[in-house]
Ligand binder design. Sequence first.
Ligand SMILES: NC(=O)c1ccc[n+]([C@@H]2O[C@H](COP(=O)([O-])OP(=O)(O)OC[C@H]3O[C@@H](n4cnc5c(N)ncnc54)[C@H](O)[C@@H]3O)[C@@H](O)[C@H]2O)c1
Ligand SMILES: O=C(O)C(=O)C[C@@H](O)[C@H](O)[C@H](O)COP(=O)(O)O
Ligand SMILES: [Zn+2]
Length: 364
Amino acid sequence: MNTLHVELAERRYPIHIGPGLLSQPQLLEPLRGRPLFVITDEHVKPLYLERLCASLGSDPARALALAPGETAKTLANVNEVMGLLLRARLPRDGVLVALGGGVIGDLVGFCAAIYQRGIDFVQVPTTLLAQVDSSVGGKTGVNHELGKNMIGAFHQPQLVLADTDTLKTLPRRELLAGLAEVIKYGMLGDLQFLNWIEENLDALLKLDGEALSYAIRRSCEMKAAIVAQDERETVSGGAGPRATLNLGHTFAHAIETYTRYTEWLHGEAVATGLCMAADLSARLGWMAQADAQRCIALIARAGLPVKPPAGLDAAQFRNLMGLDKKNVSGRLRLVLMKPLGQSLVSSNFDQAALDACFTHFTSA
Ligand SMILES: NC(=O)c1ccc[n+]([C@@H]2O[C@H](COP(=O)([O-])OP(=O)(O)OC[C@H]3O[C@@H](n4cnc5c(N)ncnc54)[C@H](O)[C@@H]3O)[C@@H](O)[C@H]2O)c1
Ligand SMILES: O=C(O)C(=O)C[C@@H](O)[C@H](O)[C@H](O)COP(=O)(O)O
Ligand SMILES: [Zn+2]
């Protein structure tokens, strides 16, 4: 097992990563004796709820399973959780446990942020995407039909327990979606890691335990370091370290909103967004054309989409991207690379290059 820490101004919390952790009650010791609820989804419940409850020493009946998938990340489900907690009279020293992927983690974290103005919660991520990204860093929230992650709060978990054995039951498409966020870390800030991913992609695709563990550890290490510098994305007016974790996401969130959170997984949209960010960075002369091609080739090799959905045109892209939370004073602000392996947040780029990028990616 590896344990990393996220260092916040006022406290630190552990990220435990390794096989078999769901069956290690001592890791959940900080929760012992506290009233709690586990929130999960209907896919994950039959696989892991009982094991987690045994370690928590909690009654599996004190759990709620929501419908699986991105369309469940709604205010309506937040309201459902609020009702459950209130009916059960969960007190302010109660704890919510998020057992599942990023959808459950984001939604449960948000519920914990607002229930009685904030209670503790724990992340037990069971997808690759959640283990490398969403369970760490305290961005919580839900979607609105007009925009992705538009309602939310920063609320950090007490601990993260990533049992890598849970990835054995993950559908392949979900595994690939998680790899998109792993590739993101290499592209935004660690060229050596990107090289490693290229060299070890086949092992990752074969679920090789050692390769997966390293990918998870390195991703969490990078995210923890960035969150420690800029917990709430406020450094440099929102153009600081934390915003770089949004590489590819302005494009990705437009795709997800356009497709109404169906058809495309978040990681798939991120994959295409990374391709578009690389292409635009190359068009601006900030990164070598060959490096952009290299990123796109890696993403394609990982079995991820490299083109946005048919029907999403340049005007719609621009319009949807106009709602992005990074934008300031009506100006589009994007995370780009200068060069590959180093990211920057900019609203000062040639708009004609973005138009050319849209044209390239939206033509048949
Ligand atoms: N807060 C953050 O910093 C952050 C970072 C990245 C992504 N996100 C969010 O995360 C969400 C995507 O998360 P996701 O990709 O984990 O999707 P998800 O939560 O929808 O899980 C993917 C699917 O896998 C199933 N599943 C989960 N674990 C399983 C397991 N071990 N075995 C079998 N099936 C399993 C789920 O039921 C679901 O059907 C998006 O909403 C995205 O916006 C948040
Ligand atoms: O943790 C962050 O910061 C990220 O940007 C990580 C992203 O992978 C993640 O998808 C996040 O939810 C995006 O946040 P948003 O603020 O762009 O909605
Ligand atoms: Zn993401």
